[in-house]
Design a protein around this ligand. Structure first.
Ligand code: TRP
Length: 329
């Protein structure tokens, strides 16, 4: 069976773009592939975090996944720091990847220039990500377009390691979400909806109650003219609403456009569709939030399976580079 691995940072409120672009597909994938979903708390530490909030976000992300339909009896949901092999293999990856390769990562270049403090961990972030993936002999990594370069680096590092030390890792394929999976900000429809707090009115959170969803869609920026047409280049606002409605109803955005002559009804219908689609998720999320022990038990079982899967690859990699195994192991 194909092994799928994906990692998600516990950095706060998830939004509609995360749901339609990623989580929804994970829920389908879990029945087809042997799937591991990792809450990458070590990656979150590459930028300053408030400790209490990091812990909260970690539990909340797990609750979000479970509420969205990930089923711990078919997939493995776990927290990265619960499996020490990630940090351990990361060191071997740091010693395999080149300084120059890390320096060329666009995500590092873009963010390091803007920040007043850049940790060394932020620089070596892709080595830890490679470790995440390679530990589980992953075949396929579903990621957003922004992670394509990190995936390429993972493939290069795996190939280099295998070439130097003998066949150890599976070289994974990226499964990059298509443009259709991109949900844009409701206030700035040419940029992706994101969890950064730059545009709270343009971001629909998965926990927003129906009246907040209705308000955000009502105030969504539309385009000049009055015609409802699916054309992301010249009508990004209206096209984003049509894409969202299409993603939820499973219909074609162009056909949906034919059903509207004004923006108002399209906004109202899209808000209704989103609120209805999120209602069962929100009910389940509230239940799980009230029962953190249940979430904890799922994460504990997930970590136990992950530790078991990771141990073999880690031991092989350590032996391959020449680390002496301790007596009696
Ligand atoms: N770097 C990814 C992001 O920012 C998160 C991540 C960490 C990841 N480890 C991973 C994604 C392994 C896929 C596989 O979104």
């Amino acid at each position: 069976m194909t092994r799928v691995f994906s990692g998600i940072k516990p950095s706060g409120d998830l939004h509609l773009g995360n749901y339609l672009g990623a989580i929804r597909h994970f829920v389908v994938d879990q029945h087809v592939h042997d799937s591991l979903f990792c809450i990458v708390d070590l990656h979150a530490l590459t930028v300053p975090q408030d400790p209490a909030r990091l812990r909260e976000h970690t539990v909340d992300l797990a609750a979000t996944y479970l509420a969205a339909g990930l089923d711990p009896s078919v997939c493995t949901l776990f927290v990265q720091s619960h499996v020490p092999a990630h940090a351990e293999l990361s060191w071997l990856m740091e010693c395999t990847v080149g300084f120059g390769e890390l320096r060329r990562m666009t995500q590092f270049k873009d963010k390091a220039d803007a920040a007043d403090f850049t940790s060394a961990g932020f620089f070596t972030y892709p080595a830890l990500m490679a470790a995440d993936i390679l530990l589980y002999r992953t075949d396929r990594v579903p990621v957003g377009d922004d992670q394509r370069q990190h995936l390429e680096l993972t493939r290069d590092v795996a190939t280099r390691f295998n070439g130097r030390y003998g066949d150890t890792f599976v070289v994974p394929e990226a499964a990059v979400a298509g443009v259709a999976a991109r949900v844009m900000d409701l206030q700035h429809p040419t940029v992706k909806m994101s969890k950064s707090a730059v545009s709270p009115q343009g971001t629909v959170l998965l926990t927003d109650p129906p009246e907040v969803i209705a308000r955000k869609f009502k105030r969504a920026v539309t385009d000049t003219g009055t015609e409802v047409r699916f054309d992301p280049a010249t009508k990004p606002g209206v096209s984003n609403l049509l894409s969202i409605l299409a993603a939820i109803t499973g219909k074609d955005p162009r056909e949906l456009a034919d059903g509207y002559t004004q923006y108002g009804p399209l906004k109202a219908d899209t808000a209704d569709a989103v609120a209805t689609a999120l209602a069962p998720f929100q009910a389940r999320h509230a239940e799980l939030t009230a029962d953190p022990a249940q979430v904890g038990a799922v994460l504990e079982a997930g970590a136990a399976r992950a530790r078991e899967l990771a141990a073999g690859t880690l031991a092989r990699a350590k032996a391959a580079v020449g680390l002496l195994a301790p007596e009696g192991s």
